[in-house]
Design a protein around this ligand. Structure first.
Ligand SMILES: NC(=O)c1ccc[n+]([C@@H]2O[C@H](COP(=O)([O-])OP(=O)(O)OC[C@H]3O[C@@H](n4cnc5c(N)ncnc54)[C@H](OP(=O)(O)O)[C@@H]3O)[C@@H](O)[C@H]2O)c1
Length: 324
């Protein structure tokens, strides 16, 4: 039987690893082979994944289009598709936030068309829109739900107050926040709130955009958006990549790769139901799928956390000069 978890109050039964399709956004990741990605999406299903994450923002609809093509060969009722709405797209490829009711209705139809499906399992607000009332947004989502165009709805990138406010108006059952063992900010408030409210949590960038995979030494250079990302720059990149390399003995002892060790440790958190792995190839999704079968014991978990702890990095030294 394939591994499944229940995604909080949505009740959706999904694989703990979701196939992330942001990699089909050329402006961030450069051109990827469509053939390779189509095959990887099929490989994902064959190896036990049933959950695919996309957004119309990824390649301005391109990721949805490719996913739509891939799922034609898959049993629709066995897979779960999450997509997101937020942007108004200008002809010159600039964008601005727009979650106004008419715009959501229009964008939802376009997503359905690109995905070549009659319904979206999980429709997420990609970010918080300051200019639209949550009551109006929620009414629109309920309208889409009653028409059968979406089955469930949730949010992404909301802070705890925004999430609380949204839930005052409607049944937002899923949150998609950023989280990795290098970026654990949501542990303070968001994850306890989600646990108490039974909100399904699907975290994005669990490998810190590849940095936690263990394949970088800190001296590599990038032609994609990582060329400008602060964690991939000179000394900081070396420091972080060096910490990841320290996980090697633990990974070897467990008979897995560093990538798998980190992904499994991410999923060990009881408030996190799903990790969305960003995927470029079939080999990458196979490696990720194997990680969801790995159980990390407490001692190993806290050893990993200690090695990857960067909370003190960059803080001024105290009067003792850091010597205790
Ligand atoms: N809601 C939002 O605002 C939001 C934002 C960002 C992402 N997301 C979603 O979350 C997904 C994941 O985020 P992310 O792309 O940042 O994910 P990630 O899993 O942190 O990093 C993905 C990168 O890791 C590398 N990688 C993947 N599998 C690997 C493997 N087996 N071994 C070694 N390296 C591997 C690949 O890049 P290289 O091979 O080039 O290193 C890949 O592009 C996205 O695809 C998207 O669906 C959502």
């Amino acid at each position: 039987m394939p591994e499944r978890v229940i995604l909080g109050a949505s009740g959706l039964s999904v694989s703990p690893v979701s196939f992330g399709t942001w990699q089909l956004s050329p402006r961030f990741w450069g051109e990827q082979s469509k053939t390779t990605l189509l095959k990887a999406m099929r490989t994902a299903y064959d190896s036990g994944i049933n959950f695919y994450d996309t957004a119309e923002a990824y390649g301005d609809g391109y990721a949805e289009e490719v996913l739509g093509e891939a799922i034609q060969a898959l049993p629709r009722d066995e897979i779960v598709i999450a997509t997101k709405v937020f942007n108004h797209f200008n002809p010159d490829r600039t964008r601005y936030p727009d979650l106004s009711p008419a715009h959501i209705l229009e964008r939802c139809d376009l997503s359905l068309k690109r995905l070549k499906t009659g319904y979206i399992d999980l429709y997420l607000l990609h970010f918080y829109d300051q200019l639209t009332r949550l009551a109006e947004i929620t009414e629109t989502l309920e309208n889409l739900r009653s028409q059968g165009k979406i089955r469930h709805y949730g949010v992404s990138n909301f802070n705890v107050e925004q999430l609380r406010a949204a839930r005052h108006f409607g049944n937002y059952t899923v949150l998609q926040p950023p989280y990795s063992l290098f970026n654990t900010q949501i542990e303070a408030e968001i994850l306890p709130y989600c646990q108490a409210q039974n909100i399904g949590v699907m975290v994005y960038s669990p490998m810190h955009k590849g940095l936690l995979s263990g394949k970088y030494s800190g001296s590599e250079s990038f032609s994609d958006f990582r060329a400008f990302h602060p964690d991939f720059q000179s000394d900081r990149f070396k420091l972080l990549a060096g910490k990841v390399q320290q996980l090697k003995p633990l990974a070897e002892a467990a008979g897995v790769s560093i990538y798998q060790l980190v992904l499994a440790a991410t999923l060990a958190h009881p408030s996190i139901h799903v990790a969305i792995a960003g995927i470029k190839t079939g080999a990458q999704i196979i490696e990720a799928t194997a990680a969801m079968r790995l159980v990390i014991d407490r001692k190993t978990y806290w050893t990993i956390r200690k090695i990857l702890d960067i909370s003190e990095q960059g803080k001024p030294k105290d009067a003792s000069g850091g010597v205790k």
